[in-house]
Every structure is written in C-alpha cells, then in structure tokens.
Ligand binder design. Structure first.
Ligand code: FAD
Length: 416
C-alpha cells in the first residue's frame, strides 16, 4: 500500500490486488464478537520515519487521532520502571537509564557504557554475533539483560536473543534510543491496523484514479515483451509489477520466471518466528495502570489496555513474540495461563471471553548472516516489496514501508 500511495501521489495509475477481504496483511483488523481487534498487537516507534510520514500523507497531519505518542517509557513487572525525560539527546536516554527503578548502580553504568561504546563504534559489531553474545562481551548484567535488552530484542527482532543478529539489533538501537529525542517515542495505535493505514491509503489511491481490489488473489504472472500479464479473476497487462506478498508466498507466484530463482533461493533459506496475541475481554471497569506494561519471568511479554487506547473498555491484549514454551500449550490453556499471570500482577475478575490468534509465520528469524533479496530483480519492471527484502531493519512495518517506497521510486525513475 505504501508503494501504491507513492505512485498515486505522482499521478501514476496503479492497481492493487489483495487476496484477503481485509486490507493490511500481517497488520490487519480481525472482528471478534463485534469488536475490531487486530491479528496482532503492533507498536510503532518514533524512528519509523517513513511509516509515520506515509500515514500523515493519507490521514492528515494530526497523528493523535490514530496514535498515542508517549516519550520512551518502560514498565516491566514486577519491579522495573524507566521513563525518558524531555531532555535533548543523548541526555534523555542517559537520564532514563540513570533514574530507572529496579536496576542497581553497576547495571545502570553498564547500560550507559554499552550505548557509549556502540556509538563510538558507529553501532557496528563483528559479523556473525548474536545479541546474547554481544551483551555478554559488553558485560551487561543479568538483570539488565532480563528487564531491558532481551525484551527490546524480542519486541524489535521477534527472534530469541541467543539466535538474533546483533547488527540488526544495533541498527534498531542506533535509530531509536540513539536517534533524535522523538525517535525513541512509543506510538500506540488508537484504532485497528486496517483503519490506521491501508484503508485510508486505499481511499487515497482511489481518489487519484487508481484501484484497490480485495478478495483478488493473483494466481499467475507472465513476463511478456515490454510488460507483464497478471491473472486474478481475469488476465490484464501492466508495464510494471511490484510483488508485495509475504516471503513464503513468493516461490509459487514466480515459479514460471526462472530469472527470479536467486531471490527464491534466498527466501527458501528463511526460518520463521511466531507471534501470539491473546485478547481477554474483562468487565468494562477493568483497566491497567498504564496503556502498555511489560512482564518478565512469564509467558506474557507485553499487555495493552485497549480501553485506554482504542475505547474498548475492559479489553486487554497480550503479545507473546518469538518461539517459546507457550507454543506447547493449547489455545484454551494459553488463555488460562495468560489470565492467571495477569491476575498475579493486577486485580482482575475472570474474563467474559477470550480470543487467541497465533501467527505462526509472523516474521522471518533475524539471524546472523541472513541474506535478503533486493527490491530489483533480473526482470526489468518486476520488483519485490515487503519487510523481508534487503535492508537494515528486521521484519517490521517500517521495513515493509521503506521497501514499498523504494520499489515505487524505482518505477518513477524508470518512467522518467
Ligand atoms: C502478530 C504480529 C505482530 C507484529 N508486531 C509488530 C510491531 O509491533 N511492530 C512492527 O513494526 N511490526 C510488527 N509486525 C511485523 C509487521 O506486521 C510486518 O513486518 C508487516 O506487516 C509486513 O508487511 P508486508 O507488506 O511486507 O507483508 P504482509 O503484511 O504479509 O502483506 C502481504 C500481503 O500479500 C497478500 N497476498 C499474498 N499472496 C497474494 C496473492 N497471490 N495475491 C494477492 N495478494 C496476496 C496477503 O494477503 C497480504 O495482505 C508484527 C507482525 C505480526 C504477524
């Protein structure tokens, strides 16, 4: 959708075909019991410059209607609290660490030193390092790793720290914690994800003469002389095609295009990580002390109060990223376990109902040495977009948006 918006903004006619009935892909609305939930709870950070810009393009300059912007603040139960004051960088992060509750002085010093050392190294580390190895090399204390670095790694890379690529983690730290002050802001959605971007984006594209069709699976793609034939319910010709399907859908779509074998070869090497979302509807009076709270030593990683965020009183949404022991539990058992863990920290009655959504292939594993395909292919005019294409970021909204924009800009310069 970001590629389509970029092309439409330059008055280039564009057609979008989406197989599902709801726009948004891995960040989309899922209706349950008449309530608009998401397939997965998502957060954005201030460093998502292109994502935030394109949301403004389609929805207007006032982000506050769709996103709650909070200066960096982390509360991880039972005892960790960190909040960045409104100071210029890098003082805001240094002060947040220095005044954090739940860390002793050596841990705070280690954290500040780590950030300084990484900055001095321009946020580069040896190839092949995992996050755990990097943190050990940098003498980060167990508690610091438990309450801060590991939760950040799992949230950002959706990969267990002992498998996750340290360089990708550093790229995220460089642009968020070590970026301009507002780059470390947290942006929590006040609406479902289809309404946040893809639906207003579709309106934007249509207003500029483009088309966006849902429930239209692309079943075949043929390379013609000077263009492409793309088949959905009928076959049509196009001068350029951006394939913006998830990585595991790519091989099937391009099986008749041998020039794309290198890209398919890279994607076939990917391993995937799950993300589970558990929504629990409690009575309307139930609320958390904050909109987003972390938990450690538990299956629950983060819990969001959708009453505060999305005007859904009593609705708590729990995120469990990356692989782990929770995958052994059935859905009922998992929901029960999540409720019990929440009830240990907050005063909660039994939920009225729950919904467990397991995205088994939420993202690729961001492991060291992973090679990702570039946007351009050996077929002129055929491009690949998505969070999995080559770039500094792990599989995130920002990676997907940047990838789409790169494709669109390539097409624009191709036409000039
Ligand atoms: C549960 C969950 C939680 C997440 N949390 C976060 C977060 O907090 N922050 C963050 O930044 N990122 C998060 N992510 C990652 C983020 O959602 C993805 O990186 C991003 O949505 C990927 O977008 P994409 O356009 O690359 O791919 P997708 O969203 O997968 O889009 C691909 C689209 O192609 C469509 N499609 C596939 N085949 C065809 C076909 N043949 N014809 C037509 N259409 C087809 C699919 O239906 C889909 O809509 C999360 C992901 C999940 C699953």
């Amino acid at each position: 959708m970001s590629a389509a918006v970029e092309l439409a903004s330059r008055n280039i006619p564009v057609s979008v075909f989406e197989a599902a009935n709801t726009l948004g892909g891995r960040a989309r609305r899922v209706e349950t019991n008449g309530i608009a939930l998401d397939n997965g709870l998502h957060i954005l950070v201030g460093a998502y410059g292109e994502t935030l810009r394109i949301i403004r393009t389609v929805s207007g300059p006032d982000e506050s209607a769709h996103l709650l912007r909070l200066p960096l603040q982390l509360r991880v139960e039972p005892d960790f609290r960190m909040r960045a004051p409104r100071l210029p960088r890098p003082l805001h992060v240094a002060a947040a660490l220095a005044f954090a509750r739940g860390l002793d002085f050596p841990a705070k010093l280690a954290a500040v030193r780590f950030m300084q050392t990484m900055k001095a190294r321009d946020f580069h580390c040896d190839a092949g390092l995992t996050v755990t190895r990097l943190l050990t090399q940098q003498c980060q204390t167990d508690k610091l790793v438990d309450v801060l670095w590991n939760p950040l790694c799992i949230a950002a890379l959706n990969t267990p720290p002992d498998k996750a690529d340290a360089q990708t983690f550093l790229n995220v730290l460089r642009d968020s914690l070590a970026g301009p002050r507002d780059a470390s802001d947290l942006l929590l959605p006040r609406t479902d994800f289809s309404a946040l971007f893809p639906e207003p984006a579709a309106e934007y594209v249509r207003r500029r003469g483009g088309e966006v069709q849902t429930g239209q699976t692309v079943t075949a793609l043929r390379v013609l002389d000077g263009g492409f034939e793309l088949t959905t319910s009928s076959a049509r010709r196009y001068s350029h095609v951006i394939l913006a399907v998830g990585p595991h859908r790519l091989a099937r779509l391009v099986e008749d295009i041998p020039q794309l074998e290198p890209q398919v070869g890279l994607v076939n090497q990917f391993e995937y990580q799950p993300i589970y979302s558990v929504f629990l509807q409690y009575p309307r009076h139930v609320a958390l002390p904050e909109a987003m709270i972390g938990m450690r030593d538990s299956v629950v990683q983060w819990v969001f109060d959708r009453g505060r965020l999305c005007n859904q009183p009593g609705m708590l949404g729990v995120v469990i990223s990356a692989s782990g022991s929770h995958q052994k539990l059935g859905r009922e058992e998992l929901a029960q376990r999540v409720h019990e863990e929440l009830a240990q920290n907050f005063s909660l009655p039994r939920p009225d109902w729950h919904q467990v959504i397991a995205e088994k292939r939420a993202t690729f594993s961001a492991v060291p040495g992973l090679l990702r395909p570039s946007n351009l292919t050996a077929v002129p005019g055929l491009l690949l977009a998505g969070d999995y294409t080559a770039g500094p970021y792990p599989a995130t909204l920002e990676a997907a948006v940047r990838s789409g924009l790169t494709c669109a800009r390539n097409i624009v310069s191709d036409r000039d």
